[in-house]
Structures are given as C-alpha cells and as structure tokens.
Design a protein around this ligand. Sequence first.
Ligand SMILES: [Zn+2]
Length: 421
Amino acid sequence: MKMNKRPLPLSTICSYESRVDPTPDYQRPPAWSRKQKQLLLDTILREYDIPKMYWRAVRRADGIEYEVVDGQQRIRTIWEFRKNVFPLAKDMDDVRGHKIAGMRYDDLPLDVRTIFDAYPADVVIVEDAMQSEQEDEVRDMFLRLQNGTILKAQEKRNAMTGSMRDFVKAIARHPFFEKCRFTNSRFTYDHLAAQTILIEMEGGPTSVRDADLNRLYEKNSEFETEGKVARKIKRVFDFLNRAFPEKTPELERYNVINLYCLVSVLIDGYVCEGLEDNIREWFLGFETERKANEDKDDDSKDVQLVEYRRLISQSTDSEESIAARLEFFERRFFDAVPNIEPKDPQRGFSHEQRLAIFRRDSGICQLKLRCDGVKVGWEHWHADHKLPHSKGGKSVVSNGQVACPDCNFAKGATTTVSAVA
Ligand SMILES: [Zn+2]
C-alpha cells in the first residue's frame, strides 16, 4: 500500500466534490453538530492546523475516484460552507480585522474568502489499494485511525454530548489561549481546558490523563455552566488573560497548567488586585533563569531547577507532577513577591506563605534569642511575625521568619512582659 501526502488548497478540495465519495461502507454516518462545523471553520480561518485527511484512490471506468477513509465530517463541512449551507458562529471573533461573525461564504470579504480558498489541507492519498483483496487492508487502517492514531482522544470527547463538553468548548475559546505558544491543532486548547476544569473541580492537583478526562465528561453531562465552579474557572482565565496581554512564547502547555493552579490558589486565598503584572514579570524572569540554567555546567546548575526540568519532562499529567510543580511555583512566586496579603489576615500565614518563608530561611531560626540559629524540621517550627500582628504587622512573606520553638516562646514572653509593664 503506497501513501502519498500532499497539501491541497480547499478550493481544489471543493472542485473535487464530484470525484470524492465521503461515505464508503466502512465510514461512520455524518454526526457533526452545527457548533462542531463552526469550530472547524474558526480553525481554518485562523490558519491553524486541522488533522490530516485520508483518501483512498479507486479506479472507475471513467477515471480515478476517491473514497474518504478518514475526515468525512471535515470534508462535508468544507463543502457545505463553500455552498453557503451554514453560517459562521454568531460569536466568532474577527479575522484580520474583519467582522465576519454569522456570515456565510459568499458574504465574506475577499481577504477572508482567500484564506479559505488557499488554506492547505493535508490529504494522504492511499494508492495501490484498488483491488478487492485490499479492502480489508483499508478497513483495518480506518479502524486504527479511529482508535486513536489519528482521531485523538480529545477529538473523540468533542463528539460526546452534555453540558461538560459545551463548557470545555467555551473555555477553549477563551482569548487567553491565543496568547500561548501552541495552536489549537488536534484540539490542544480543548484538552488543556478540560484538564484545568478537572483540577478546579477536584480542588487542586489531580491526575488529568485521558481516562480521567473521559470520566469528567461522562459524570458531569449536567454540569452547571453558570455555577460557582464554572465562574471561578472563568475568573482564573480572565486573570491570566489580563496578566499576558500579548502573545507569549514562554506559555507552553505545562506552564499553562502550573499558572492556572497558582492563580487559582491566589484567587481563593489572597488579595489579587494588581497582581497580574507581578505574575507576568516573575514568570518571564523564572523562564529566563531556567533556560540559562540549562546552558551551565552540571556542577554549577541550580539543583531545584534540574528537578523542575524532570517534572516537566515526564508524566506531566500525573497528580504527583502537577502537585510538585505547583509547590515549586508557589514557593518561588511568594518568595519573589513577598508582600501578597491573605484575604483573611486573622488566620496568620497560609500554607503557601509558610513554605516560602521556610525555604527562604533554609529552615534556620532567625530569632536567635535562645539558640545560635538552629536548623528546625518542617514539623517543628513557628512562622513568626517580625512585627507582631498585634502591632499592625501584616501576614505577608516579607514580615515572616522561621523561629524555633524555644525562641518563639521566649519572644512571646518578652511581648507579654512588655505589655504588662
Ligand atoms: Zn531559635
């Protein structure tokens, strides 16, 4: 079996319509909703990649015909849109400055019609499969494609029904994703949107592999798309969108998950007004430092960054990896921006703040009232307010320090005595 991959402009694919049979008997029936069709058009007009199509060349009496082995919904959608059968989505964003929401092909400005006509779709043409004994070979290939090699897991989930599917799609269209380095080819935005939604629903880091995401769709087919969790998720993406006003090549897939988790923690527990610039500046600085660390000799490398590199290179969808990456981000961010205030300052230091204080002070008692700077374990230390809370000292990392139990007790006694005196 010979395969021949070639990019065909959509105008050519449309002119082939009479020679292409989209429904050979091993194909599945047409199933795309209006929304799915509009999403494909959105992808095409933004010039993102769409999955390859597979056609099988069949010799007929009057010439070569093609059967669509994979990509039936896509090719039907392309033909239908070219023939003005359906319009673009009503809420579609502008393309190259043109307002095109709700338009049909014939209404589009020439500029945008040209994007469609010239868009190169990858078509793999299966040659030499023209005799009946090769039917099975083609059918097998089709089943392999269906089982994941080509139709990836997210594409399958997109075909599920229910409000979770719709909510994931809505989040995947959030303008923040346009700021990232990657495109939405193979539904990367949908996949990441589903992963962050699952993390939010679980209240923090959790395993976000394909099986987990499938369960998310199945169990939440009646998810409240305007409910509390949904609103929180939108708030996190709105925050990230404000933090990154421009396209930012450092925003890779794993970084988006980390940043989502960090901002989610911040929104729940801290005063977040104006933190957007802090997040962006810290994140870009961190990425620069991390890349510089890669170029150093092994001996002079920052071991924490080496460990971080391990976390982003393997099993990135595991709970362990996501939790460790979040802890890493929290520690670094609270250390770099030590004046972040908790929403409820009465409660004292939060877990994230305690972590940043403990690591910054290397677990060494800073009070030295009864010790010479003893190193304490995580289980046995106090986060001391340098300026006591009772005197207006804030519960911020810059006002916190590590104290051993003895010194903490001694300081408490001094404060009490002076209060009495
Ligand atoms: Zn001490």
